[in-house]
Ligand binder design. Structure first.
Ligand SMILES: *Cc1c(COP(=O)(O)O)cnc(C)c1O
Length: 458
């Protein structure tokens, strides 16, 4: 067990149980009646799970705003815009929370544009549209909505953008997403900034492409963007990418092309494994320092696209233990949440802390925490030392606020979980649990005459 200080300076110091962290809004509290339970802010996860059932995602809106304000405060002296990466967690209520703070949004599909429109139509002019494969329809949606900029990832996409903009007679502001060819140490599936990746335009070609587009009637060179990957734990690659971008912007100035906007992308990571030692304020500070030092006195607006850093640690997935069983020498804790609800362990071999919501006395056991889905990849933890749990107990899978529900599916015909947002003393249901009727709604069963003709076909 380690000891930590909550807050700084004059704030109360507090002992935290193992697994708790000042970087997370989830802490154990003991009620006057002697019951200890994990809480989100002031709300007990036991009570929320009883009210809304499990599996259940619970988010701290307070923490999401705290993280957002870390960036806002650090950048007060600089023209900037923080475009939250919608794909990390696209709940409308979270988009509303951030829009009200002045956030813009980084989107990667027409669907995400519709989410911003539904949550905060006033923020559409603060939207940047990323993604390697935009369709003509998606480009039209963005043009009609008057978004801030398209992040263009190929010459063919720029040609399509020009064609759609001419047709709609709407000026398209664009930034080239350049591939700076820097190495960022992270999982290979979420590294994007090297020349071997599908993302962006090789930075050496960017100057020529900007020059070719400068006189197009319906294209307006707006800025330049990079995004080198996700869950990056060092500030260095961000600084290295930025220095290459700044060099490009300066060389374009000598050509008379004045880009007003430099977009550093997202990708700042958190510490999933050692959350108790993770300092979000210091992490944000060194990240921003690397970027702003590289920018130097360049007279351009800085855009950032954080996703994970804002929402990951604000969320947990609460699950109920169904069975505890032994197969040979292994002990399996089987929960009612599965890989369809949170795929990160299966997809990225990601590590998530797991805590019992109401800890029991007794010896910790080494277990595999798994779901009910028919896949051996359906696990949340393997060979994990976990305090004792019994069927009926609740467990919290931590740091699940980013790429959790956003990457969920209905695999095994499992309706997706409900979501609750906690803000101060309030807890609000922001997405109801799906029903089987939701899942079956788009399907078209064969009519009885179709069954005769199709099923009997030889
Ligand atoms: C995914 C993505 C982000 C957000 O990444 P995080 O690692 O969640 O911060 C930002 N920009 C672009 C273009 C992305 O694809």
């Amino acid at each position: 067990m380690r000891f930590h200080f909550e807050g700084t300076g004059t704030h109360v110091t507090q002992r935290l149980a193992s697994g708790e962290s000042p970087a997370r809004p989830f802490h154990y509290r003991t009620t006057p009646s002697g019951r200890t339970a994990l809480q989100c802010g002031t709300r007990s996860l036991t009570a929320l799970a009883t009210e809304f059932a499990t599996p259940l995602y619970v988010y701290s809106g307070d923490q999401i705003l705290d993280r957002f304000r870390l960036f806002q405060r650090a950048l007060v002296d600089r023209d900037h815009l923080i475009c939250y990466a919608v794909k990390a967690n696209s709940a409308l209520a979270i988009l509303q929370l951030l829009a009200a703070e002045g956030a813009g949004f980084d989107i990667v599909s027409g669907g995400e544009l519709e989410r911003v429109r539904a949550a905060a139509p006033e923020a559409l002019d603060r939207v940047v549209f990323s993604g390697t494969g935009k369709t003509a329809d998606e480009i039209d949606l963005g043009l009609e909505a008057g978004i801030l900029a398209f992040h263009v990832e190929s010459e063919a996409e720029l040609a399509l953008l020009a064609a759609r903009a001419s047709r709609l007679r709407r000026k398209a502001r664009f930034s080239l997403r350049v591939n700076p060819d820097v190495f960022a140490e992270t999982h290979p599936y979420i590294s994007t900034g090297m020349s071997e990746h599908k993302f962006g335009i090789p930075i050496a070609q960017a100057r020529r492409i900007y020059r070719s587009a400068r006189h197009h009637r319906w294209l307006a060179p707006h800025g330049v963007s990079v995004h080198i990957g996700s869950q990056i734990r060092s500030a260095d690659p961000f600084g290295a990418a930025m220095r290459r971008v700044v060099r490009l912007v300066r060389s374009l100035r000598t050509d008379g092309i004045d880009l007003r906007c430099v977009d550093a992308g997202g990708g700042l990571g958190i510490d999933y494994e050692h959350a108790s030692a993770f300092d979000p304020a210091a992490t944000a500070q060194s990240y921003l320092k690397a970027i702003t030092q590289a920018l130097d006195d360049l007279p351009a607006r800085l855009v950032l696209e954080p996703g994970r850093f804002l929402v990951a640690q604000a969320g947990v997935l609460v699950a109920r233990v169904l069975f505890v069983k032994k197969n040979g020498r292994r002990t399996f804790v089987i929960t009612d949440a599965g890989m369809n609800d949170l795929i990160r362990p299966a997809l990225y071999d990601a590590w998530h802390e797991i805590l019992p919501v109401q800890p029991r006395a007794g010896r910790a056991l080494v277990v595999d925490v798994v779901g009910p889905v028919c896949e051996s990849g359906d696990f949340f933890a393997r060979n994990r030392r976990l305090p004792p749990v019994q069927p009926g107990d609740l467990v919290a899978i931590l740091d699940a606020g980013a790429y959790g529900l956003a990457q969920s599916s209905n695999y095994n015909s499992r309706p997706r979980p409900a979501e609750v947002l906690v803000r101060g003393r309030e807890a609000r249901l922001i997405r109801r649990r799906e029903t089987m009727a939701d899942l079956l709604a788009p399907e078209i069963p064969l009519s009885s005459s179709d069954q005769k003709t199709i099923n009997k076909r030889k």
